[in-house]
Design a protein around this ligand. Structure first.
Ligand SMILES: *Cc1c(COP(=O)(O)O)cnc(C)c1O
Length: 407
């Protein structure tokens, strides 16, 4: 057998211009709170057609800021699909509110409008306490966000999109128009991640985008300790102003309890060069996904690709297949190990959040959700990143077919 290198399920791509940009940021006067932060935010607004983009230290921080900015608090409820990374649900808990897990479509891993309505029906009169709905764009696909937003408005709830997987993804609304995720045409806020496995990276980093200037201001305020530096809104006139009416130059006011969720200029330098590659990375990802799909479709009733909608043009963060392990009589653990022996990395996205011991202890009577259970029993993420080669895809597919004894 040829000497293949190991293929992880995902990884970052760092090029010479990324290194040069970071080096130059390190040599500049500002390591944090400098000009590159605003430049990155402006560049991000242009990429996703957002009115406002607020950078932050991670998507986890961004989700927390978004939830805090809409006023999520104790005794409120927030609806989170059960198939997501723990951070989506945890952001709700940081605000003291309670998580209600929604089921997902086992063919997409996503909460659709049906699952949202079922969840609201299950809540009965408690549905009035739902203040936030957090759809997750699993693997980069976008599901029924227009309908979810309409339902949220009827309910008086806010929609915060967890778009950590969906930078660059577009979807079509019922009127035929195409929208890019992050423009918030059908949401209040959207949150992105730049962790190294995501579509582009800043090492760590996130962005909250919105069209709403008041929400943007609140997110920015809470990102940096809740400290206000705008003299026009200072409330303590005695401390803020000198006798001649001029503002005291050292003065600032803390108006809310915020956090330090800032991102550095070093990270923003990387973010800007990475953003310029989004088109190229996105195209590479989609042609690899096309290759996987054409090689895997109709091979076996027991192996299917995650279903994609004709109303979505995704930039896929993950490539997920569904395997009926029970029907094939093999264990997922054994398959993962034997693919690893062939130098192929895979991952399971995700262990349903409601099965996590923290949430089990918190909500011992939470109803079980059959859709996410079925999805979880079958899912497996295969390698996907822009420098993966077509021949690598062929090798993964061949190895998988051999192990599953599929032709
Ligand atoms: C990666 C991820 C997050 C968290 O992102 P960080 O930037 O690592 O905090 C949140 N939600 C989803 C769906 C993710 O995949």
């Amino acid at each position: 057998m040829a000497d293949f290198s190991f293929l992880p399920y995902g990884k970052q791509i760092i090029e010479e211009d990324d290194i040069a940009a970071v080096t130059s940021a390190l040599q500049s006067d500002f390591l944090t709170t400098g000009p590159l932060v605003a430049q990155f935010e402006e560049a991000f607004c242009a990429v996703v057609s957002a009115g406002f983009s607020i950078s932050c230290s991670s998507a986890t921080a961004g989700l927390h800021l978004a939830c805090a900015a809409v006023g999520l608090k104790e005794n409120d409820l927030a609806i989170v699909p059960a198939n997501t990374f723990v951070a989506t649900a945890n952001a709700v808990r940081y605000c003291g509110a309670d998580v209600v897990f929604a089921d997902v479509n086992p063919e997409t891993g996503m909460m659709g409008i049906k699952h949202l309505r079922d969840t609201l029906a299950r809540l009965g009169p408690d549905r009035k306490r739902v203040r936030v709905i957090l759809p997750v764009y699993f693997a980069g696909e976008v599901a029924e966000v227009e309908e979810i937003y309409e339902e949220a408005k009827r309910l008086g709830a806010m929609v915060i999109e967890d778009a950590a997987h969906a930078l660059g993804s577009r979807y079509q609304s019922k009127d035929g128009q195409w929208h890019i995720v992050g423009a918030c045409d059908h949401s209040d806020l959207a949150v992105f991640s730049f962790h190294p496995v995501k579509t582009i990276t800043m090492g760590e980093g996130g962005v909250v985008s919105t069209q709403n200037s008041d929400l943007a201001k609140r997110v920015a305020l809470l990102r940096s300790h809740g400290i206000e530096r705008n003299k026009d809104v200072f409330t303590n006139k005695v401390l803020a102003f000198a006798e001649n009416g001029s503002v005291n130059p050292w003065y600032y006011e803390m108006t809310n309890l915020g956090w330090n969720y800032r991102v550095t200029d070093i990270q923003c330098a990387l973010g800007m060069t990475q953003l310029q590659k989004l088109d190229r990375f996105g195209k590479a990802r989609q042609s690899l996904v096309g290759r996987y799909r054409s090689q895997l479709s109709d091979r076996s009733p027991y192996l299917t690709c995650l279903k994609s909608s004709p109303h979505c043009k995704p930039v896929n963060h993950l490539f997920v297949i569904l395997i009926d392990f029970e029907a094939l009589g093999i264990s997922r653990g054994d398959l993962i190990q034997s693919l690893k022996d062939d130098k192929i990395g895979t991952q399971v996205h995700y262990v349903p959040v409601l099965y996590q011991p923290y949430y089990q202890a918190l909500y011992p009577n939470h109803p079980d959700l059959p859709g996410v259970r079925r999805y979880y029993d079958q899912c497996l993420s295969l390698p996907l990143y822009p420098t993966l080669e077509m021949s690598d895809v062929d090798r993964v597919v061949q190895s998988l077919k051999n192990k599953l004894e599929i032709q």
